[in-house]
Write a protein that binds this ligand. Structure first.
Ligand code: CP
Length: 318
């Protein structure tokens, strides 16, 4: 593994999942792999789970982890090549990234999309510029369009939870929210489940909330949530803003919020969410506090997903 930006970097997904599950059983089994190695974790946007789980994962491998809140503490970075920097940006990524490449052995970066310009966001310029100029492995801690560490975590959670000898039915359902949110988690979950190929996959959302087909191709897409939920083994709940007419909120119908009544349509489905979640807007108390929620298990698995990825990057760097 050279970088970890999307499912294309994962190689064999099941092998990576099994590696993570082995770390869950024995977190310190490779405690010397990262001795004298250092990871920098750059946050241009807020985080709780990604920041802490990646730090713990690095420590379990014997690495030092240094967090830098670029958005809060750093100079405002410019990413466009040939920019005339007479505006608010102070330092070009072309100057900053090579320095970070000398301070660290691996670099993790979190950057959210603007949700203003689809072409800019979907070009993934920020991550691509770090790959181009840092000269060390780059790990996405969530980018403008994808959240691969979350998606690996999600497949780990499904694998360890589902024990029947058939494919699970997995439903990704849109949910209401008060803010326009990125499509990253939904895009990424879709591309990972499609690439994994070990589930029957349905996506349900109101009309006009279609995601980029590049990620969803192969899934059944329904606008009738009740129909989609029938016999589901897993329901992944997530809001996203519109993709076609980019970054908007068209519908906030509370009927799209999952309830225990809707859950009766499923095969006693486990309910997933990446967190943070707006309670009683995106997902109800009765679901989050009920027996079908696996959100805490999912967030705990972030450590093992990160550890499996860092381990691959360290091994391939040797
Ligand atoms: N799920 C997730 O990425 O959580 P954080 O934003 O807290 O890192």
């Amino acid at each position: 593994m050279k970088n970890f930006i999307s499912v294309e970097d994962a190689g064999n997904i099941n092998q990576l999942v099994q590696k993570a599950i082995a770390y869950k059983a024995n977190p310190l089994k490779d405690k010397s792999l990262g001795t004298n190695k250092r990871i920098g974790l750059l946050f241009l946007n807020p985080s709780m789970r990604t920041r802490l789980s990646t730090q713990i994962a690095a420590q379990n491998l014997g690495m030092e982890a240094i967090v830098f809140n670029v958005g809060q503490d750093g100079w405002m970075l410019e990413f466009e090549d040939e920019a005339i920097m007479s505006g608010s940006t102070v330092e070009h990524v072309k100057d900053a990234a090579p320095i970070l490449g000398r301070y660290f052995d691996i670099l993790g970066i979190r950057t959210f999309p603007s949700l203003k310009n689809k072409a800019d966001d979907y070009s993934e310029l920020y991550i691509k510029q770090f790959i181009k100029y840092a000269g060390i492995p780059i790990v996405s801690l969530e980018s403008a369009t994808l959240h691969p560490l979350q998606s690996l975590t999600d497949i780990i959670t499904i694998t360890e939870t589902f024990k029947e000898k058939r494919k699970p039915k997995i439903v990704l359902t849109w949910a209401p929210h008060v803010k326009a949110l990125p499509q990253c988690v939904a895009n990424s979950f879709s591309e990972w489940i499609n690439a994994w190929g070990e589930a029957d996959f349905t996506i349900t959302h109101p009309e006009d909330y279609e995601l980029d087909e590049a990620f969803t191709k192969g899934a059944d897409i329904l606008h009738n949530q009740d129909e989609a939920l029938k016999n589901a083994d897993f329901v992944y709940v997530k809001n996203w803003s519109t993709y076609a007419d980019y970054g908007r909120i068209y519908c906030n119908d509370p009927k799209w919020m999952l309830s225990n009544k809707k859950l009766q349509l499923t095969n006693n489905a486990k309910v997933m969410h990446c967190l943070p979640v707006r309670r009683n807007v995106e997902l109800s108390d009765e679901i989050l506090d009920g027996p079908n929620s696996v959100v805490t298990q999912q967030a705990t698995n972030r450590v093992w997903a990160a550890q499996a990825v860092l381990s691959e990057l360290l091994q391939d760097k040797k």
